[in-house]
Design a protein around this ligand. Structure first.
Ligand code: ZN
Length: 122
């Protein structure tokens, strides 16, 4: 799996794009009312309003989901840049320097493994 950004940032980006898109659709829809296109304008406005609302609702869902995921995310200090970042799932990227961070013990260098992990494997 290849990610350009960390998962938390990815979710925020999509949430933002959907919100912006939804608001834009609703603004475009009001053009039909502003220019007094009559019944046709009202229908166009209604369609864009509904599309905009769906987009905004979806973005809210994405934000909510991202929030739920963040609560289960592991907060750790990035070994590359030293900043505190969140890791979603087993492999994720640092939110600041995009370094790939893994929670899988198989990827960890031997000296970084917790002692009980080494004890169980021996
Ligand atoms: Zn980092």
């Amino acid at each position: 799996m290849r990610l350009k950004s960390s998962k938390v940032n990815e979710f925020r980006l999509w949430g933002l794009l959907l919100t912006m898109g939804g608001l834009l659709l609703m603004i475009i829809g009001t053009v039909g009312i502003v220019f007094k296109w009559g019944a046709v304008g009202q229908v166009i406005a209604a369609i864009f309003m509904i599309l905009g609302l769906i987009s905004v609702m979806t973005s809210m869902g994405v934000y909510f989901w991202a929030g739920m995921l963040s609560t289960s995310a592991v907060i750790l200090q990035c070994p590359e840049c030293g900043k505190t970042t969140k890791v979603l799932g087993k492999v994720d990227r640092c939110m600041f320097c995009k370094t790939i961070l893994s929670l899988d013990p198989a990827h960890a260098p031997a000296e970084a493994r917790p002692s009980d992990e080494i004890g169980r494997q021996a």
